[in-house]
Design a protein around this ligand. Structure first.
Ligand code: ATP
Ligand code: PCG
Ligand code: PCG
Length: 904
């Protein structure tokens, strides 16, 4: 019954399409064909064929409908329900109609775009980042590059579809716009087959068996010794059939290229080729039927014009032509073809993406696993392009889908290197399967999302968009799905199983259990909201594994990130504390503050010790900055950045910013007061510090840098003047006027800092990053141990000259121990990449340096370590540790109401 009803539903769905257009008619025909095939024998891909059983197995599978996703009758009824749902949705939302169209063409999602870039170029992650950087730089310098990014939309099958926001990439510009599904459907000449490779488990079937296989949508496909090219792409543009293709001859064939007349019912004889090889798919040779560049250009232009043009001149627009040898687009390294979601999971050439798991398999590990697999099975093919070896595939791998999906020529040559059995699916059947499973999948995901509390109130079309880009991934017990500290750009929703959340403790480095998350819970939002870095570990806990729906950064930003629950669901202690602070100071106004004394004078004004009216138990430091002076020196951006970074920071080695105010003349920052005074004052009074004292203060700075650098924040103004002692004697970093949040892997070029402390790359304007802070740490160590910085000239220019001569030109006084000088020299390397702290082990390499041997880092972090100097602070208003400052001789500055500071 259900089987009988199902094609009716399917046709219903297709009837909602615009059948007046050629595409509409084709979609409908596709559905009808599905119906037809279904009655004959629905497709299947999962059977494990021992050749004599192939037919039986494939029929078994086919009786259950599409075995891509579903099993048995219940699966079919599920499918029916799904279609029913889709129909209901359809009446509610016209966008569904469009979605069905898209699914028929299996339009690649944004995620797939991204993934396929990685996959298709077979580009590694690093390359991708470099490329992205390059692209970004290019975009920065040339905004007219934007239209090329829009070329991504040429994937879109429905030309009326709203364009997606593309990820700017170089490859985009070489993407052949001719890869529209519409064209694919129109040009049905010489369709290649889609092939699944299976290791033969028993003797190959005799050709006579193939007849009995005739009703299957799949055929066992083997290579033959004599004629090795079994599946060959058209070598030149072939005249397209003027009529629908004739019914396929149902007879066995041996080792001939698949031709248009072949259908899925063909079964191929097994070849035995222990020593020779056979080509299944063959990419076009450079010298084969070369297409004049004009033809290519012509066809691309036509394709760009969309379906209308194709309808007028359907035969002339040929992606096959456009992609022939002359093009690097399809066959070259810039190869950019979207992969259908269905195919991706079974392919060996896995796409790399940053899920945020540091320990993703290395290329060698993957190769080893591949080789092991190969060892276990004896059916193997080799993939090559333009004579260059690409990979070896074995055991249940899918190949040959690209050419049939995009009606382009074979993008690689597949050669049998052992005796192989393959299952072939004919183009139309494959497309039908894709369409069906695509629809089912999308509806299932949408249903699931509706059951997830945070998504349930999202509009239907948003849910559909999300479903469209989801990719399902599976993990086994113990797998680290996300690893703390790794970079990640994906968001996860758990669809099955449970995961454990742990966070590494700063002091013990042990992983502390935080919580369990289960079906419907999400994770991975923090890295996407912040600086790319994962803030916790997510470990697969369920014995049966965990399934997650994965969403890329772009979709997350567009559709999900604004949800309140996403923003605050897993607030860490730090974030919670910050929120509490903000809450606590919400009602305090400038007029509530009473000035007690001046603590210091900075570049833009004074820092006053203040108390709130009515609370004498606490004091604060109020930094007031003259707006006119900020504008004069063009420091607006730096001030905004200072506010943002200090306002978010929650680290005991960084002075806390509680609240900001502004009036016509000044900007104000209300901070915690550090009444122990400046480290500079103590150094001035003492002359220099001993090894242990220097170690303590340096360690405090290392902790502050650890906090900042792990968030990709560069400080850029280290010096004893900016290190304040609290009443206990611990130092804290203050003055974030030059601090900057960098994008991961990026540099910055602003020349800033204090002359004695700037790194050579800053002077040379080569671009700098957090490694410049390690340089200044070496300088600080030297100054604390000796009382003067190593690079000191009578004026800044002389100082810079000395810096450029390098640390080796500096004479180290004898009171600097060997270990200390060794560390200073390792921090002050000319080459930023060689500096300790900036290498693989990160800042922990500094902590592990011999000079810190025996230092109680965890006690420092717990604030239980006794500081070397305990300042005398008698009360919350005791300013004796600060110098005296006369009143500002300049008087009040002029008003500035221009509004540049509206976000301060
Ligand atoms: N939170 C604080 N507690 C105590 N004193 C402080 C505090 N913040 C600043 N000061 C004092 O005020 C001085 C100037 O502060 P700060 O360095 O932040 O100002 P600035 O305008 O950025 O200075 P610079 O000219 O060094 O850039 C400090 O050196 C210190 O002596
Ligand atoms: N282009 C390309 N194709 C590959 C690679 N590895 C396997 N293949 C498969 O080789 C097939 C050759 O024919 P298709 O272009 O139809 O589809 C191709 C893919 O399915 C690879 O690294 N690059
Ligand atoms: N930082 C943090 N992350 C948590 C917590 N509970 C769950 N998580 C999730 O763990 C994820 C780890 O990766 P992300 O930092 O991207 O996003 C994080 C959160 O989604 C928690 O208490 N703290």
């Amino acid at each position: 019954m259900k089987i009988k009803h199902y094609p009716g539903k399917a046709v219903d769905a297709s009837l909602s399409l615009d059948t007046s257009s050629t595409m509409g008619a084709l979609y409908e025909a596709n559905w009808l064909q599905a119906h037809h095939q279904h009655h004959q024998s629905p497709p299947a891909v999962t059977p494990t064929p021992t050749p004599p059983q192939t037919v039986r197995l494939s029929r078994q599978a086919s009786s259950a409908g599409s075995s891509f996703l579903l099993d048995g009758i219940s699966a079919l009824s599920k499918y029916q329900m799904t279609l029913e749902n889709i129909r209901q949705l359809e009446s509610k939302d016209q966008r569904i109609v469009k979605t069905i169209k898209e699914l028929n063409g299996y339009r690649p999602s944004a995620l797939q775009h991204h993934k396929q870039q990685l996959h298709n170029g077979w580009v590694d992650e690093q390359q991708e980042e470099l490329e992205e950087q390059h692209q970004q730089e290019h975009l920065k310098s040339n905004t007219t590059a934007a239209p090329s990014a829009a070329a991504v939309n040429h994937y879109v099958l429905d030309p009326t579809e709203r364009p997606r926001v593309p990820r700017p990439r170089q490859q985009v510009s070489v993407k052949p716009p001719s890869l529209r599904r519409s064209q694919t459907m129109l040009q049905q000449h010489a369709p290649p087959s889609y092939v699944t490779l299976r290791a033969p488990k028993a003797k190959p079937a005799s050709p006579s068996k193939s007849g009995s296989n005739s009703s299957s949508a799949y055929s066992t496909f083997s290579s033959a010794a004599e004629d090795r090219v079994i599946c060959q792409q058209p070598q030149r543009l072939m005249p397209p059939p003027t009529e629908p293709p004739p019914a396929p001859p149902i007879k066995p064939r041996t080792a001939k290229p698949l031709s248009r007349s072949q259908t899925s019912v063909q079964r191929y004889a097994t070849i035995r080729l222990p020593h020779h090889s056979s080509s299944f798919c063959r990419e076009p040779m450079r010298n084969e039927a070369p297409t004049p560049p004009t033809v290519r250009r012509h066809s691309l232009e036509q394709a760009l014009q969309g379906l209308k043009l194709e309808e007028q001149q359907p035969r002339q627009v040929s992606p096959a032509v456009s992609s022939n040898g002359s093009s690097k687009d399809l066959n070259g390294e810039g190869f950019c073809i979207p992969r259908p979601r269905l195919i991706v999971p079974v392919h060996t050439y896995a796409r790399r993406r940053r899920t945020g798991n540091l320990k993703e398999k290395s290329a060698t590990q993957e190769e080893e696993e591949e080789q092991q697999q190969e060892g276990n099975s004896d059916g193997r093919v080799e993939v090559s392009r333009e004579g260059k070896y690409l990979s070896t595939l074995s055991g249940a791998k899918v190949l040959g889908e690209l050419a049939i999906l995009y009606n382009c020529q074979r993008t690689a040559t597949i050669t049998a290197i052992t005796e192989c059995n393959l299952w072939a699916i004919e183009r139309q059947c494959f497309q039908t399967i894709m369409m069906r499973t695509g629809l089912i999948r999308q509806a299932e995901y949408t249903d699931f999302l509706k059951s997830v509390p945070i998504f349930k109130d999202l509009p239907e079309d948003t849910l559909i968009k999300i479903s469209d880009v989801l990719e399902e991934t599976h993990y086994q017990r113990g797998d680290y799905i996300v690893r703390q500290g790794a970079r990640g750009d994906t968001f996860f929703i758990i669809s099955k199983g449970k995961v454990r959340v742990t966070i590494k403790q700063q002091d013990t480095q042990e992983e502390k259990f935080i919580r369990m998350l289960g079906k419907g819970d999400f994770f991975g939002e923090k890295a996407l909201q912040g600086d790319d870095l994962r803030t916790a570990n997510i470990i697969c806990e369920s014995p049966d594994g965990v399934s997650c729906l994965v969403i890329d950064r772009e979709t997350f930003n567009q559709l999900i990130s604004s949800l309140d629950e996403i923003k605050h669901r897993y607030d860490d202690e730090g974030a919670m504390e910050r929120r509490k602070i903000n809450e606590e100071f919400r009602d305090i106004n400038l007029t509530d503050l009473r000035v007690i004394a001046t603590l210091g004078v900075g570049g833009f004004g004074r820092v006053e010790l203040v108390q709130t009216n009515g609370d004498s138990s606490r004091s604060f430091a109020l930094k007031q900055m003259k707006k006119s002076q900020i504008v004069e020196t063009r420091q607006q951006q730096h001030i905004m950045s200072e506010k943002e970074i200090m306002g978010e920071a929650n680290c005991q080695f960084i002075v806390k910013l509680f609240k900001t105010f502004k009036d016509k003349k000044y900007l104000y920052m209300l901070m915690e007061s550090c009444l122990g005074g400046e480290l500079w004052t103590i150094l001035r009074d003492k002359g220099n510090f001993d090894d242990a004292t220097t170690r303590f203060y340096t360690a405090c700075v290392v902790e502050a840098f650890d906090y900042l650098h792990s968030r990709n924040i560069i400080y850029r103004d280290l010096k004893p003047e900016n290190l304040l002692l609290d009443e206990k004697g611990y130092v804290k970093l203050v003055d974030f006027g030059f601090a900057k949040k960098l994008q991961s892997g990026r540099k910055t070029w602003t020349f800033c800092g204090t002359p004695e402390y700037v790194a050579p790359e800053v002077i040379l304007n080569r671009g700098h990053d957090i490694s410049a802070d390690y340089w200044s740490l070496g300088v600080l160590m030297f100054e604390l141990l000796t009382g003067t910085p190593p690079f000191t000239g009578s004026d800044p220019m002389r100082t810079y000259n000395i810096i450029l001569k390098g640390i080796d030109a500096i004479e180290f006084p004898r009171n600097i121990t060997r270990n200390a000088s060794n560390l200073i020299k390792k921090l002050c390397r000319d080459n930023p990449a060689e500096r300790l702290g900036y290498q693989r082990g990160g800042i922990s390499e500094i902590q592990k340096h011999k000079w810190f041997d025996g230092f109680y880092w965890w006690a420092l972090q717990n604030r239980t370590l006794e500081p070397p100097i305990k300042p005398t602070v008698k009360s919350v208003v005791d300013t004796t540790n600060f110098d005296d400052y006369p009143p500002d001789p300049e008087g009040p500055p002029p008003d500035d109401v221009s509004g540049w500071d509206k976000d301060f």
